[in-house]
Write a protein that binds this ligand. Structure first.
Ligand code: ADP
Ligand code: MG
Length: 240
Protein backbone atom coordinates (compact mmCIF):
# COMPACT_ATOMS: atom_id res chain seq x y z
CA UNK A 1 0.00 0.00 0.00
CA UNK A 2 1.40 3.44 -0.82
CA UNK A 3 2.40 5.54 2.15
CA UNK A 4 -0.14 8.38 2.24
CA UNK A 5 2.33 10.55 4.11
CA UNK A 6 5.16 10.19 1.63
CA UNK A 7 4.13 13.29 -0.35
CA UNK A 8 3.84 15.47 2.71
CA UNK A 9 7.13 14.28 4.17
CA UNK A 10 9.10 15.83 1.32
CA UNK A 11 11.47 18.53 2.53
CA UNK A 12 10.16 20.79 -0.27
CA UNK A 13 7.57 22.08 2.20
CA UNK A 14 10.22 23.42 4.51
CA UNK A 15 10.26 27.20 4.54
CA UNK A 16 14.04 27.07 4.26
CA UNK A 17 13.69 25.56 0.78
CA UNK A 18 10.61 27.22 -0.69
CA UNK A 19 9.70 30.75 0.25
CA UNK A 20 6.45 30.54 -1.64
CA UNK A 21 3.27 29.78 0.30
CA UNK A 22 1.07 29.81 -2.76
CA UNK A 23 0.95 30.65 -6.45
CA UNK A 24 -2.13 30.95 -8.64
CA UNK A 25 -1.33 31.10 -12.33
CA UNK A 26 -3.91 31.48 -15.14
CA UNK A 27 -6.50 29.59 -13.11
CA UNK A 28 -10.10 29.33 -14.28
CA UNK A 29 -12.96 27.38 -12.80
CA UNK A 30 -16.51 26.78 -14.01
CA UNK A 31 -19.14 25.47 -11.61
CA UNK A 32 -21.59 24.44 -14.35
CA UNK A 33 -22.29 24.91 -18.04
CA UNK A 34 -24.98 27.52 -17.45
CA UNK A 35 -22.34 29.93 -16.14
CA UNK A 36 -19.15 31.19 -17.71
CA UNK A 37 -15.79 30.30 -16.18
CA UNK A 38 -14.45 32.39 -13.31
CA UNK A 39 -10.98 33.68 -14.23
CA UNK A 40 -8.68 34.41 -11.30
CA UNK A 41 -5.84 36.94 -11.26
CA UNK A 42 -2.21 35.91 -10.79
CA UNK A 43 -1.43 35.56 -7.09
CA UNK A 44 1.87 34.87 -5.35
CA UNK A 45 2.19 34.88 -1.59
CA UNK A 46 5.43 34.21 0.28
CA UNK A 47 5.65 32.33 3.55
CA UNK A 48 4.40 34.35 6.48
CA UNK A 49 2.72 37.03 4.35
CA UNK A 50 -0.88 38.08 4.85
CA UNK A 51 -3.19 38.69 1.87
CA UNK A 52 -6.50 40.52 1.98
CA UNK A 53 -8.86 39.37 -0.76
CA UNK A 54 -11.94 41.44 -1.45
CA UNK A 55 -14.60 41.64 -4.12
CA UNK A 56 -18.36 41.87 -4.46
CA UNK A 57 -20.67 38.98 -3.77
CA UNK A 58 -20.45 36.47 -6.61
CA UNK A 59 -16.92 37.50 -7.67
CA UNK A 60 -15.50 34.08 -6.76
CA UNK A 61 -13.89 34.69 -3.36
CA UNK A 62 -15.26 31.50 -1.80
CA UNK A 63 -14.52 29.57 -5.01
CA UNK A 64 -10.89 30.69 -4.79
CA UNK A 65 -10.66 29.54 -1.17
CA UNK A 66 -12.11 26.15 -2.18
CA UNK A 67 -9.41 25.93 -4.87
CA UNK A 68 -6.68 26.93 -2.39
CA UNK A 69 -8.02 24.36 0.06
CA UNK A 70 -7.87 21.66 -2.62
CA UNK A 71 -11.60 20.98 -2.30
CA UNK A 72 -11.99 21.62 -6.04
CA UNK A 73 -9.37 21.62 -8.82
CA UNK A 74 -8.79 24.30 -11.49
CA UNK A 75 -10.17 23.63 -14.99
CA UNK A 76 -7.17 25.43 -16.49
CA UNK A 77 -3.99 26.95 -15.11
CA UNK A 78 -1.92 25.91 -12.16
CA UNK A 79 -2.18 26.30 -8.44
CA UNK A 80 0.73 25.44 -6.17
CA UNK A 81 0.72 25.42 -2.39
CA UNK A 82 4.04 25.22 -0.54
CA UNK A 83 5.60 24.22 -3.84
CA UNK A 84 3.15 21.37 -4.45
CA UNK A 85 0.78 21.20 -7.44
CA UNK A 86 -2.48 20.13 -5.83
CA UNK A 87 -3.74 18.65 -9.11
CA UNK A 88 -0.94 16.06 -8.96
CA UNK A 89 -2.27 14.66 -5.67
CA UNK A 90 -5.09 12.15 -5.21
CA UNK A 91 -8.11 13.38 -3.28
CA UNK A 92 -6.91 11.40 -0.24
CA UNK A 93 -3.51 13.07 -0.46
CA UNK A 94 -5.19 16.48 -0.75
CA UNK A 95 -7.19 15.74 2.43
CA UNK A 96 -3.95 14.83 4.19
CA UNK A 97 -2.21 17.92 2.81
CA UNK A 98 -5.04 20.12 4.10
CA UNK A 99 -4.96 18.50 7.56
CA UNK A 100 -1.17 18.83 7.80
CA UNK A 101 -0.65 22.30 6.36
CA UNK A 102 -3.84 24.39 6.48
CA UNK A 103 -6.14 26.00 9.01
CA UNK A 104 -9.51 27.02 7.61
CA UNK A 105 -11.99 29.45 9.17
CA UNK A 106 -15.32 29.18 7.40
CA UNK A 107 -18.00 31.83 7.36
CA UNK A 108 -20.20 29.56 9.50
CA UNK A 109 -17.23 28.39 11.63
CA UNK A 110 -18.06 24.64 11.15
CA UNK A 111 -17.33 23.77 14.78
CA UNK A 112 -18.28 20.29 15.95
CA UNK A 113 -21.41 20.89 18.08
CA UNK A 114 -21.11 17.88 20.39
CA UNK A 115 -17.48 18.56 21.33
CA UNK A 116 -16.23 20.91 24.03
CA UNK A 117 -14.48 24.15 23.20
CA UNK A 118 -11.08 22.62 23.97
CA UNK A 119 -11.73 19.46 21.94
CA UNK A 120 -12.77 21.57 18.95
CA UNK A 121 -9.50 23.49 19.10
CA UNK A 122 -7.43 20.29 19.44
CA UNK A 123 -9.20 18.53 16.56
CA UNK A 124 -6.53 19.31 13.89
CA UNK A 125 -3.92 17.73 16.19
CA UNK A 126 -6.03 14.57 16.37
CA UNK A 127 -6.20 14.45 12.57
CA UNK A 128 -2.56 15.25 11.82
CA UNK A 129 0.65 13.94 13.33
CA UNK A 130 2.50 16.96 11.92
CA UNK A 131 0.14 19.44 13.54
CA UNK A 132 0.37 17.48 16.80
CA UNK A 133 4.18 17.63 16.72
CA UNK A 134 4.11 21.41 16.22
CA UNK A 135 1.57 22.09 18.99
CA UNK A 136 3.90 23.04 21.82
CA UNK A 137 4.38 22.13 24.58
CA UNK A 138 1.35 19.83 24.07
CA UNK A 139 -1.83 20.14 21.99
CA UNK A 140 -3.84 20.78 25.15
CA UNK A 141 -1.50 23.45 26.50
CA UNK A 142 -1.29 25.15 23.12
CA UNK A 143 -5.10 25.09 22.80
CA UNK A 144 -5.40 26.66 26.25
CA UNK A 145 -2.93 29.39 25.47
CA UNK A 146 -4.61 30.18 22.12
CA UNK A 147 -8.01 30.36 23.82
CA UNK A 148 -6.57 32.62 26.50
CA UNK A 149 -4.97 34.88 23.88
CA UNK A 150 -8.30 35.07 22.06
CA UNK A 151 -10.17 35.96 25.26
CA UNK A 152 -12.11 32.73 25.89
CA UNK A 153 -12.10 32.19 29.68
CA UNK A 154 -11.28 28.76 31.24
CA UNK A 155 -14.86 28.43 32.47
CA UNK A 156 -15.85 27.79 28.80
CA UNK A 157 -13.11 25.34 27.86
CA UNK A 158 -14.83 22.15 29.02
CA UNK A 159 -18.34 23.13 27.92
CA UNK A 160 -19.95 22.25 24.65
CA UNK A 161 -18.97 24.82 22.09
CA UNK A 162 -22.61 25.47 21.14
CA UNK A 163 -23.10 27.24 24.49
CA UNK A 164 -20.79 30.07 23.39
CA UNK A 165 -21.83 33.34 21.76
CA UNK A 166 -21.32 33.84 18.03
CA UNK A 167 -18.30 36.08 18.66
CA UNK A 168 -16.78 33.49 20.99
CA UNK A 169 -17.42 30.65 18.52
CA UNK A 170 -15.66 32.64 15.86
CA UNK A 171 -12.59 32.97 18.08
CA UNK A 172 -12.70 29.22 18.83
CA UNK A 173 -12.71 28.62 15.06
CA UNK A 174 -9.65 30.89 14.80
CA UNK A 175 -7.88 29.00 17.62
CA UNK A 176 -8.62 25.72 15.82
CA UNK A 177 -7.18 27.08 12.56
CA UNK A 178 -4.00 28.26 14.32
CA UNK A 179 -3.29 25.15 16.39
CA UNK A 180 -0.21 23.20 15.34
CA UNK A 181 1.06 26.22 13.37
CA UNK A 182 -0.16 25.37 9.83
CA UNK A 183 1.78 27.08 7.03
CA UNK A 184 -1.40 28.52 5.53
CA UNK A 185 -4.58 29.94 7.07
CA UNK A 186 -7.66 30.47 4.89
CA UNK A 187 -10.45 32.63 6.32
CA UNK A 188 -13.73 33.21 4.45
CA UNK A 189 -15.52 36.33 5.71
CA UNK A 190 -15.15 35.23 9.34
CA UNK A 191 -16.02 38.68 10.66
CA UNK A 192 -19.33 39.21 8.90
CA UNK A 193 -21.34 38.61 12.09
CA UNK A 194 -19.34 41.08 14.22
CA UNK A 195 -19.66 44.78 14.98
CA UNK A 196 -16.73 46.94 13.93
CA UNK A 197 -14.96 47.05 17.34
CA UNK A 198 -14.99 43.27 17.70
CA UNK A 199 -14.03 42.87 14.06
CA UNK A 200 -10.90 45.01 14.43
CA UNK A 201 -9.91 43.25 17.64
CA UNK A 202 -10.44 39.83 16.06
CA UNK A 203 -8.29 40.64 13.04
CA UNK A 204 -5.54 42.05 15.21
CA UNK A 205 -5.50 38.86 17.30
CA UNK A 206 -5.67 36.55 14.29
CA UNK A 207 -2.86 38.29 12.42
CA UNK A 208 -0.74 38.62 15.58
CA UNK A 209 -1.02 34.91 16.38
CA UNK A 210 -0.47 33.95 12.72
CA UNK A 211 2.72 36.07 12.73
CA UNK A 212 3.94 34.32 15.89
CA UNK A 213 3.49 30.98 14.15
CA UNK A 214 4.85 32.25 10.79
CA UNK A 215 1.60 31.22 9.09
CA UNK A 216 0.61 32.81 5.79
CA UNK A 217 -2.97 34.11 5.75
CA UNK A 218 -5.54 34.56 2.98
CA UNK A 219 -8.39 36.57 4.46
CA UNK A 220 -11.55 37.12 2.43
CA UNK A 221 -13.93 39.98 3.07
CA UNK A 222 -16.04 42.44 1.14
CA UNK A 223 -15.12 45.10 3.72
CA UNK A 224 -12.38 47.29 2.27
CA UNK A 225 -11.81 49.08 5.59
CA UNK A 226 -9.99 46.00 6.92
CA UNK A 227 -7.37 45.91 4.17
CA UNK A 228 -4.83 48.26 5.77
CA UNK A 229 -3.67 45.64 8.27
CA UNK A 230 -2.49 43.22 5.55
CA UNK A 231 0.81 42.98 3.63
CA UNK A 232 -1.02 42.64 0.30
CA UNK A 233 -4.49 43.14 -1.03
CA UNK A 234 -6.23 41.97 -4.13
CA UNK A 235 -9.68 42.64 -5.56
CA UNK A 236 -11.72 40.10 -7.51
CA UNK A 237 -14.27 41.31 -10.02
CA UNK A 238 -17.36 39.64 -11.38
CA UNK A 239 -16.06 38.28 -14.70
CA UNK A 240 -18.80 35.88 -15.73
P1 ADP B 1 -18.22 35.09 -3.47
O1 ADP B 1 -17.68 34.24 -2.37
O2 ADP B 1 -17.27 36.17 -3.93
O3 ADP B 1 -19.55 35.68 -3.14
P2 ADP B 1 -18.61 32.60 -4.90
O4 ADP B 1 -17.28 31.97 -5.11
O5 ADP B 1 -19.46 32.06 -3.81
O6 ADP B 1 -18.42 34.19 -4.76
O7 ADP B 1 -19.44 32.50 -6.25
C1 ADP B 1 -18.89 32.82 -7.54
C2 ADP B 1 -19.84 32.28 -8.60
O8 ADP B 1 -19.84 30.87 -8.56
C3 ADP B 1 -21.30 32.71 -8.43
O9 ADP B 1 -21.83 32.94 -9.72
C4 ADP B 1 -21.94 31.54 -7.77
O10 ADP B 1 -23.29 31.43 -8.13
C5 ADP B 1 -21.16 30.37 -8.32
N1 ADP B 1 -21.09 29.28 -7.35
C6 ADP B 1 -20.45 29.32 -6.15
N2 ADP B 1 -20.56 28.15 -5.51
C7 ADP B 1 -21.27 27.33 -6.33
C8 ADP B 1 -21.70 25.97 -6.22
N3 ADP B 1 -21.41 25.23 -5.16
N4 ADP B 1 -22.41 25.48 -7.28
C9 ADP B 1 -22.69 26.22 -8.36
N5 ADP B 1 -22.31 27.50 -8.52
C10 ADP B 1 -21.60 28.06 -7.53
MG1 MG C 1 -18.31 33.85 -0.44
Amino acid sequence: MPDMNSQTDLPAYSSTITREALRVSQVTFRWDQSQGPIAFPEITLNNGEHLFLRGPSGSGKSTLLSLLGGLILPDTGKLTLLGEDLASLTSGQRDRFRADHMGVIFQQFNLVPYLTTLDNVMLPCRLSRKRRARALPTPEKEAESLLTALGIPPSHWHRRVTGLSVGQQQRVAAARALTGGPELILADEPTSALDSDNRDRFIELLLGLAAEKHSSVVFVSHDQSLAARFDHQLALEVTQ
